[in-house]
Design a binder for this molecule. Sequence first.
Ligand code: AMP
Ligand code: GLY
Length: 452
Amino acid sequence: MKWFNEGDRMRKLIAAQRAKRSPGRAHAGAGLNTLVLGGGGREYAIAWRLARCDSVNTIDVIPGNAAMSLFARTLDFPIDEGGRLEQHIAASFIDLVIVGPDELVASGIGNVLRRTGVTVVCPSREAAQLEWSKTFAKEALREAGVPTAAFRTFRDTQAARHALTDGPVVVKADGLAAGKGVVVARDRAEAEAALSSGAIGSGGVLLEEVLAGQEASLHALVDGETVVALPPSRDHKRVGDGDTGPNTGGMGACSPTRVLPDEEAQPLADRLIAPVARLLAERGTPYRGVLYAGLMKTADGWKVIEFNARFGDPEAQVILPRIGGDFGTLMQALGDGRLAAYTHTHPVRFSQRAYVDVALCAEGYPSLPRRGDPITIGDLPDDVWTFHAGSQRSPSGGFITAGGRVLHVVAQGDTPAHARDRAYVAAQRITWTGRFYRSDIAASEDRVQVTV
Ligand code: AMP
Ligand code: GLY
């Protein structure tokens, strides 16, 4: 019976290794076969969170990145090519697909995948207009009676230029602009410069009232008229300390945040997100997926700045670790249209731990990042993870830089200040030529004690 003893030993060994890499999956048997679309830090966070679920059996990521392949299966093929994605879903018995990037959501991949019968977390192209058309979003906000900055829409930059007055104004391109396409102009000259610089593109334009206050990100799971708030967070969009320099995809994030405490998340989602969800449902284009509201706390109360039809990046890196319970079955319920019934028996609870994300970037980001530099990772403190976003395997076995935001240091702590200190200790121990990061992520969170 030696063979069986050996088998037992191997099983234990594998279970121990799995427990180390993916706690919660040590005894995974039959369960969900999942697929994550995208390959950056946000998708790393989604796959990492799935890896901590008893319900999850396998995790595929397309295209993923080299570091994700240490705990998930990454497949790099063009997903828009001749039904290959649908073939993969069928051949690998995929149960649940979660779509990460905004361009994919806007392309209508949610509609395509839903037709194949798989459970998909991604709004339809029609409902995702909340992100890919700012005019659509602003008109929906107005019709739903949700506070937002006053605005006017224009066919093109020429028409917008005629409407400029003296004083500050926000100039926005109507469509998706990858974090660009928004200029907060202090005066008419800056607004004119923005309109003629090409930054706003040649399509529709919005001019908006400038809102003053503090920003926070509020994500919610939206299934028709059901709206379930996720942990609030804050991101830091500008490249330099003290919010200076150009906008980026996001230089770091923190959850919880004193700007929008956890206990206010659901009431605020009920006030600012639910009316828009109801409106879309009444129009016959219900929203089903993750909705992310960028909010501003102004002297007149909270207002919606914009909507995104997906998880934020880097917000996902700090809010997903705080979502209690089984994230896999929660996402499955959302995709299946059973969110209200599921959360009735499994309410979403936020963990009491704080998480801080610091993006380590390549020299030149956000315009033209250097690539190909070897990454050295020293000893990291406990409760710190590296969520890779723009790295590749080097031929010699380590990792090299291959993008602007190369990797995110994600640290856990009892408070944001505690998590931040750990994140910065780790950030110093990860180096490559030209690596830089903001040194003030979560710096204003010091007074927070996590209470929920
Ligand atoms: P968006 O791409 O719409 O998220 O805008 C990018 C950033 O521009 C936001 O995070 C805000 O910091 C800023 N912004 C956008 N709209 C406004 C506004 N109406 N008032 C003040 N700041 C704004
Ligand atoms: N953190 C900003 C975004 O994901 O759009």
